[in-house]
Design a protein around this ligand. Sequence first.
Ligand code: IPM
Ligand code: MG
Length: 353
Amino acid sequence: MKDIDLLLLSGDGVGPEIMESAISLLEKIQSSFKINFNLIEGLIGGASIDAHGLPVTDETLNQASQADSILFGAVGGPKWDSLPPNEKPEKGLLELRSSLGLFANLRPAILFDSSLEASSLKPDIIKDLDMLIVRELTGGIYFGEPRGKKSSSAFNTMIYERHEVERIARVAFDSASLRNKKVCSVDKSNVLEVSEFWREVVIDVSKDYPDIELSHMLVDNAAMQLVKNPKQFDVILSSNLFGDILSDISAMLTGSIGMLPSASLDNRNKGLYEPVHGSAPDIAGQGTVNPIAMILSVGMMFRYSLDQLEISEKIKSAVSNTLNDGYATEDIADKNSKICSTKELTKIIIDHV
Ligand code: IPM
Ligand code: MG
């Protein structure tokens, strides 16, 4: 297998700490499997604003388009909070997603048995939870024009083209066909034309997938159902904004947002892999951040972009075995846990790979 050019964008806050965990894991994998990485570092978010005055530069965008795959830490923090939205660190991530065409965001929410007590929901509601949010990532209100802010008003546009809904719907149906064969498409079609359209297009696409059971749910109800009975879901299909909100809810079902990985893919499965959690400035630099979301994101990379399902499964079981042995960072610890720092937990997981 040829060397893999992997771009590392650590970003801000806890980003560099979890990136260190990812690098140690990659080193272990290089030495145990016949696979080689060229690690390339780039700037994004606040780190890029501080160095170049922009949340992402053409250089980083070029590095990203040339790389085989991208690992992303987190962006943002109080230091840059007063900037307007299109100059903030977050804008760097949005530009990356858009310029690379990473329209399909996969956010699995899987509950590890050892985290049953860490969730704020009752164990029987979440035990064995295994669902996947498929979120549209390069369209909708995040990118719609016109947008703007004046002194007396402000506006954004929620718009979807047919082809944008079709391609994300296909990702959801294809994912469901490898899982429990159910797709629940979330919208707000009782109020918004864009959602009515979304629903129609999803129904059209579903005709190519007769084995998949399709249902529709209004987003407010979906938020409620996620905390009431999350196990009713297999794959949730949603637009950009709704998926952003629902994925934070589903993250919390698993005990901590520090557990959830994600993949953002283009139409050829090139991907950017990042934890769902953000830069967590309140705990940055303390060496306590949970590295699991990042480690599982590396696992998703092996599965979706590098076609190495076996390595991906090994990473997942290493995490699960580590948790079963009672090791945890503070965010997922219960009274019996052996509390570890980021580095300690990373090392134990890597030893299990
Ligand atoms: C996420 C984040 C981003 C988003 C921010 C950082 C722009 O919340 O990936 O869920 O809203 O998409
Ligand atoms: Mg979010």
